[in-house]
Ligand binder design. Structure first.
Ligand SMILES: NC(=O)C1=CN([C@@H]2O[C@H](COP(=O)(O)OP(=O)(O)OC[C@H]3O[C@@H](n4cnc5c(N)ncnc54)[C@H](OP(=O)(O)O)[C@@H]3O)[C@@H](O)[C@H]2O)C=CC1
Ligand SMILES: O=C([O-])CC(=O)C(=O)O
Length: 268
């Protein structure tokens, strides 16, 4: 059996969970490299976990991997994707917000026979959305409610002087397109960027973002209207140690990786 080599870029909340699972074993896959910022910190973590894996530079990833799981800050998406896609390889992108303005990366994948995979991540129902998109979808609307600390520090809040400190009741902080939301909240609503790519695109997909001190989970509601089905979906994500990131996100990446090596694929 030949193993597909999987590397990880970004050893944070998502990267660590994916690394652990790959080290435990996923059929047909092997953990082949990790690219991170602070190598000493990463090595100490690997030693504690008993995981043996080379630490490599971002531009060395194509030598080490057939597929890289990108789970790093949005700002370095290009540095991770470009070398891999130039080499005709695959990148699983978690920083979906950063992908919206980077259509050139999709063109690069096309030109070199590479591939960008965007897993469902912290959201739900991309099977139904992509099926409906084979017909005609008339609208995709999303409402996100997060505890204030899951939004604090977002560029849009900082630029508009909107503070999350001491918020006593729910506040709608943004209403607009997925494209604008991704730029305004790049580390907070990757979900709507991914949803837009599964469905009708970033300009027609809309979102309201609420900071709500009454919720403890990252809550997303989605309403889709189409000529094949109307549906509503909701998910309440338990935040991980990184309050912006739901625990289910890493598990979604792992489920998508498992499909790569599986003889049975369930779901679109
Ligand atoms: N698609 C989806 O549904 C979701 C996507 N996300 C997105 O996924 C990405 C990862 O999220 P998460 O794991 O929670 O983030 P974390 O902040 O927990 O981890 C990011 C990691 O990237 C590392 N890093 C920083 N700079 C570099 C660099 N130059 N080269 C390599 N690694 C670097 C950091 O290393 P160090 O520790 O050394 O600083 C850190 O460990 C984010 O963009 C996030 O917005 C999150 C949730 C849902
Ligand atoms: O999309 C994101 O960036 C994270 C998110 O909303 C969640 O984890 O629920």
């Amino acid at each position: 059996m030949s193993f597909k080599r999987i590397a990880i870029a970004g050893l944070g909340e998502i990267g660590k969970t994916v690394a652990r699972k790959l080290a435990q074993g996923l059929p047909g896959l092997v953990l082949s490299g990790i690219a991170t910022r602070d190598r000493a910190k990463a090595q100490a973590w690997l030693d504690r976990e008993g995981i043996s894996c080379s630490l490599v530079a971002l531009d060395e990833l194509p030598e080490h991997a057939d597929l890289v799981v990108e789970c790093a800050p949005a700002a370095i998406l290009d540095q991770i994707c470009r070398p891999m896609l130039n080499a005709g390889k695959q990148v699983m992108v978690l920083s979906a917000s950063a992908l919206l303005p980077r259509h050139d990366l999709i063109e690069l994948a096309r030109a070199h026979g590479g591939r960008i995979i965007v897993p469902t991540g912290a959201l739900i129902g991309f099977d139904a959305v992509s099926a409906a998109a084979e017909g005609t979808i008339s609208s995709v609307q999303m409402i996100t409610r997060k505890p204030p600390n899951g939004l604090a520090g977002a560029p849009y809040l900082v630029a508009n002087g909107i503070s999350m400190d001491g918020l006593k009741s729910a506040l709608c902080v943004f209403k607009g397109s997925a494209r604008d939301a991704a730029a305004a909240f790049p580390a907070n609503v990757n979900v709507v960027a991914a949803l837009s790519l599964a469905g009708i695109g970033p300009d027609r997909t809309t979102i309201e973002i609420w900071a709500d001190p009454a919720v403890t989970r990252n809550c997303h509601q989605i309403k889709v209207e189409s000529d094949s089905a109307n549906f509503t979906m909701a998910i309440e994500n338990i935040p991980s140690e990184n309050p912006k990131t739901g625990r289910i996100t890493a598990l979604s990446a792992i489920a998508a990786l498992r499909k790569l090596g599986s003889p049975l694929q369930v779901g679109t």
